[in-house]
Write a protein that binds this ligand. Structure first.
Ligand code: B12
Ligand code: SF4
Length: 507
């Protein structure tokens, strides 16, 4: 029995990564882990179903959720998975129409009205930070208060919808209980990164800040906004200790964009790891203007082996255009400093940005090859709902994909001066040029510490290589196969609840 079941909906690695599916990264659903921790603490029996990580079909996920006999099902989704969330929710309603379904997460927060309009199956949506909202929402479902008195909701009003006042941000993140890892089935066993992305197993993901004050125009920040808030160093160290002691975690992935924002706090975290001889290895994400030599040296000593930077493009004009707030000199300096400290670098770049020319993309790829980022990640630009750039993106090109295509591997935006095919090819070529270099392969192999990882690595090499040789002709077939897999257990038709467009692909 669980009054509330929180669900990460079914999503195949093909839907998420396309032909790079063998490099899929299984990360625990961090939002749901936070929500479950607070609802449980408040005495609400809570279960989590991570259908994505467990590779469940819709039918299996529905069955699993229903086995807890919930009165409320809360689903999370990014833009890519919102139609999957709706498909899943329809199955729940078909089985028991009295179950209430709430939707939350980055997509609903970015496009509340349009989402509720497209998917009548969701009873209510939670916009923004979810911990207080979910508690108050459960009180409303129990009849102890009105829905209108809960901030941060989008509610239905006949055919239409309306919002309650915005949810205020939590002042102190330290009041949040530790994430409810114990509610995840097979944690940490199934939560593994791609073969070249970890030093040791088992791995767990953490984040230490919420919100980002930078204003990159392509970035989706509708959940936590622009004010940065921190978990204290003590809180972070306590979480790390807990993961090590309870789950034998040996490596951490810090996923927040701004772990190094406060130098003092970063120092205290690193020093704590060193002092307590935690023997943990880790990676994190940062901005090139938020690191210095001293921090990097200390990070290395504390077990950090890779830092990812959002570098986006090598053209100063484009960096300015997307309001990145950095420049090539800062990029060079940060990459050099990081290498000097003995830490690997990963650079995130984008292909197909509005106004990006073919020459500028070529310049970016050359820069990445020359400046020796150890790991090169390039994704296709996506005009995510709710981002500043999405508001006037049509002026720079054509939007050709819908929400379910927004995985950063499919062309959904064609900038003026390009065709979709040219962009797709340039994107594939960029990856090929980096990954086919003996230097890259050798450096990845140097990272691999187990037979399992080696097998995974070879498998990814073969499938990706296959794609590069035979092109993207298989894509449509793969999309169909991915859908078939999710419906593999004789799913019946869910008529009215989802968008007609969605039903086409879903049946
Ligand atoms: C870590 C991370 C990942 C991890 C996995 C995260 C995970 N398993 O939880 C990895 C690397 C695998 C990943 C993959 C992808 N990611 Co990502 N990721 C992030 C990142 C950096 C942090 C997410 C996080 O953990 N936040 C912490 C938790 C606590 O926040 P939360 O999930 O939003 O949940 C809170 C609220 O939303 C709310 N809530 C959430 N669900 C629900 C449900 C209910 C019922 C209620 C009431 C409330 C509620 O309450 C929670 C607590 O306050 C964010 C950027 C960011 N700063 O948020 C991008 C971000 C979420 N990712 C994004 C994208 C696009 C993707 C990918 C599609 C492509 C890609 N590779 O980037 C895939 C899709 C993966 C998937 N299945 O969801 C975008 C989403 C934009 C969008 N509109 O779709 C973001 C916002 C980055 C960005 N700025 O553009 N990602
Ligand atoms: S891309 Fe990174 S630095 Fe820029 S606004 Fe988003 S989170 Fe902040």
């Amino acid at each position: 029995m669980a009054e509330l079941v929180l669900v990460n909906p079914p999503l195949t690695s093909w839907e998420q990564y396309c032909y790079l599916q063998q490099t899929s990264n299984n990360v625990a659903p961090l939002g749901l882990l936070n929500l479950a921790a607070v609802t449980r603490e408040a005495g609400i029996e809570t279960a989590i179903v991570d259908a994505e990580a467990q590779g469940l079909s819709y039918e299996q996920a529905i069955e699993k959720a229903l086995s807890h006999n919930p009165s409320v099902v809360g689903v999370t989704a990014v833009t890519l998975s919102i139609s999957n969330a709706a498909e899943f929710a329809s199955g729940i309603k078909d089985a028991d129409n009295s179950i209430r379904v709430a939707i939350g997460g980055p997509h609903l927060s970015a496009a509340p009205e349009e989402t509720m309009r497209r998917y009548p199956v969701f009873d209510v949506g939670s916009i923004g930070e979810g911990e207080v909202t979910v508690l108050e929402l459960m009180e409303a479902f129990r009849g102890k208060r009105t829905f209108d008195s809960v901030n941060g909701l989008i509610l239905r009003n006949g055919e239409g919808t309306y919002r309650t006042p915005a949810r205020e941000y939590l002042d102190s993140l330290d009041h949040l209980p530790l994430q409810a890892w114990d509610l995840l089935e097979r944690f940490p066993e199934i939560y593994t990164p791609p073969a070249h992305s970890f030093g040791r197993l088992p791995v767990a993901a953490l984040y230490t800040t919420r919100g980002c004050p930078a204003q990159c125009t392509f970035c989706s920040k509708n959940v936590f906004g622009s004010r940065i808030r921190f978990f204290s160093a003590d809180y972070v160290l306590n979480a790390v200790r807990h993961l090590i002691n309870e789950y034998g975690i040996r490596e951490l992935k810090f996923y927040d964009d701004n772990m190094t924002f406060s130098k003092e706090r970063f120092h205290t975290i690193c020093e704590g790891m060193i002092r307590e001889k935690m023997d943990i290895t880790w990676t994190c994400v940062s901005r090139v203007d938020l690191v210095n030599e001293e921090m990097l040296k200390l990070a290395k000593k504390a077990g950090c082996w890779q830092i990812s930077y959002g570098l986006e493009a090598a053209s100063p004009r484009l960096l300015k255009f997307v309001n990145k707030g950095t420049n090539i000199e800062k990029v060079r300096k940060a990459l050099n400093m990081t290498h000097k400290a003995g830490i690997r670098t990963r650079g995130y770049y984008m292909a197909g940005l509005p106004t990006q020319t073919k020459e500028e993309l070529e310049e970016t790829v050359r820069f990445a090859l020359k400046e020796h980022v150890d790991d090169f990640q390039i994704h296709l630009f996506v005009p995510f709902p709710g981002t500043p750039i999405s508001e006037n993106v049509e002026q720079y090109g054509e939007v050709v994909g819908d929400w379910h295509d927004m995985n950063k591997h499919k062309v959904v935006f064609i900038p003026h001066g390009w065709t979709a095919e040219e962009l797709d090819t340039a994107y594939s070529n960029a990856l090929r040029r980096f990954y086919m270099r003996p230097k890259t392969v050798i450096s990845y192999l140097g990272q691999i510490k187990s037979w399992d990882a080696l097998v995974k690595f070879i498998k990814s090499g073969v499938t990706i290589g296959w794609h590069w040789v035979f092109g993207s002709k298989a894509d449509a077939k793969h999309d169909e196969q991915a859908q078939a897999k999710l419906h593999s257990h004789a799913m019946h038709h869910h008529g009215s609840a989802t968008d007609p467009e969605e039903n086409k692909s879903a049946n």
